[in-house]
Design a protein around this ligand. Sequence first.
Ligand code: NDP
Ligand code: 2IT
Length: 460
Amino acid sequence: MLFSIEKKEEDDAMSYVDEVYELVVAKNPAQPEFHQAVKEVLESLRVVIEANEEKYRRDALLERIVTPERQLLFRVPWVDDKGQVQVNNGFRVQFNSAIGPYKGGLRLHPSVNLGIIKFLGFEQIFKNSLTGLPIGGGKGGCDFDPKGKSDREVMAFCQSFMTELHKYIGADTDVPAGDIGTGAREIGFMYGQYKRLTGLYEGVLTGKGLSYGGSLARTEATGYGLLYLTEEMLKCNGKEIAGKTVAVSGAGNVAIYAIQKAQQLGAKPVTCSDSTGWIYDSEGIDVALLKEVKEVKRARLTEYAAARPSAQYHECAPGSNVWTVKCDIALPCATQNELDLEDAKTLVANGCFAVAEGANMPTTLEATEYLQKNGVLFCPGKAANAGGVATSALEMSQNSERLSWTFEEVDSKLQGIMVNIFHNLDDAAKKYGMEGNYVAGANIAGFLKVAEAMTAQGVV
Ligand code: NDP
Ligand code: 2IT
C-alpha cells in the first residue's frame, strides 16, 4: 500500500523545472514579461537540469537563479520647466553577481515597471555570461519619458535619479549603462552627479562620452555586434549576407548601427521604425539622414520620409509594420514582443531565412517556435545583442588601466567576441542534441558558467 502511494506520488511529481516556473508565476504576479523570459530559459535548460536534477534541487539552484539578489525601488522627484514637481518610480535590480559585478543598462520609458526590469535583468545574467567576460547581471530604469523634455528637465531628472542610485553602485559593485531612452546625454548627466556626490572619478557607468572615460566603438557596438554574429551564423549555414535584403525595426542606437554595418557588409537594409510609424525605403536606408533625424534633431520618422523621395512612411497599426516587407533577413531592434506569430508567418511566407534579435526579447515565444519549426535561422537577443554589454566590459577594462584603446582595437575584440559567442551556442546546442536550436544553445551555455560559479561559492 505504502509502496503504491509513493509510486503514485512519484508519477505525479512535477519536474523541478516546471515546479520552479510555477513558483515564479505565483510569487511574481502581474509580471508577464518576467514570466516569459523565465519560461524560455527554463524550457531550454530542461535537458541539463534533468540530467542532474537531484543535485540542482538540493542546492535550490533554480530558485536562487530566478530570485534577484537585491531589488531597489525608489522615488525620483524633480522639477519641470513650469516649476511643477514631478514624481517617477526608479528601479535597479541587482540580479546575480556570481561571475562579476552587476552590469546592465538603465531604461527610461513610460512603460517601465518592476516586471520589465526583472525580465531584462534575468536575460542579462545569461547574456553577460556568454560574453566570456567577468560581469554579473543587473538592470534598472524609470518610468520617466525623456521624449519632449528640455535638456534642463532631463538633467534635473538624471540628477535626482542618481542622488538615490549612487548609494548602491560602484566600479566594482554595479555598473549601469544605457538602454531605451538612455543615451550619451543621460549618461553624462548621471556621471556628473555620481562624481559630485561621491568624489570618485571611476568607471561606474559605461557608454560615457569619449572626453571623460568612454570607449571608442561603444556607440556602434550593439548594432555592429549583431551583424558580426549574424554574418557568422549565415556563414556556418552555407549562406552569406552580401546582397541580401534586410528588414530592421527601431530607429535608435541599436537599429542605426545595425543598418550601418549591414550596408558595410554588402546587404541592403530597407526599413526602420519608431513607436509611431515605419519607413520602407526602396533605395536602402540613408544612414546619415536617419542619424540626423534621430540623433541630432530627436524628430519623428516623418522627417526622414519628407527628405527622401524613395521612402514611404506608414503609421504603425495592427498588421502594418516592417515585417510586412519582403526580406531575407529580419533584425528586430526596437523593443520586447514586437514580432508576434502573425509577423512570423508573414516573414516565412515572404522567404525570410534568418532572424537575429537586436532588441531584448522582441520575438514572442509562439513566433520563435514558428520560425524555428519553419527552418528559419533564429538567434536570440541574449547572444545576438551581447556586443553592447561586451564593449561596456571593455570600457571597464580601459577605465581600470586608465588607458584608451583605438577604435580598431575595440572593434576587432568585439568581432572576436561575437564569433566566439556564436560558436559557443552552436556547440552547446549540438552537445545537448538540439543542433541548430540557438535559443537552447544560448541559454545552456550562458547558464552553465553561472551555475558553476554559484555552486563553487556556496549558499549565498
Ligand atoms: P533607443 O532608445 O535608442 O531606441 C529605441 C527605438 O525603439 C526607438 O526607435 C523607439 O521609438 C523604438 N521603441 C522603443 N519602445 C518602443 C515601443 N514600446 N514600441 C515601439 N517602438 C519602440 O534604444 P536602443 O536602441 O538602445 O534599444 C533598443 C532595444 O535594444 C531594446 O530592447 C534594448 O533593451 C536593446 N538593447 C540595447 C543595447 C544598447 O547597447 N543600447 C544593448 C542590447 C540590447 P521611439 O523613439 O518612438 O520611442
Ligand atoms: O541590454 C543590454 O545589454 C544593454 N542595454 C547594454 C548594457 C550595458 O551594460 O552595456
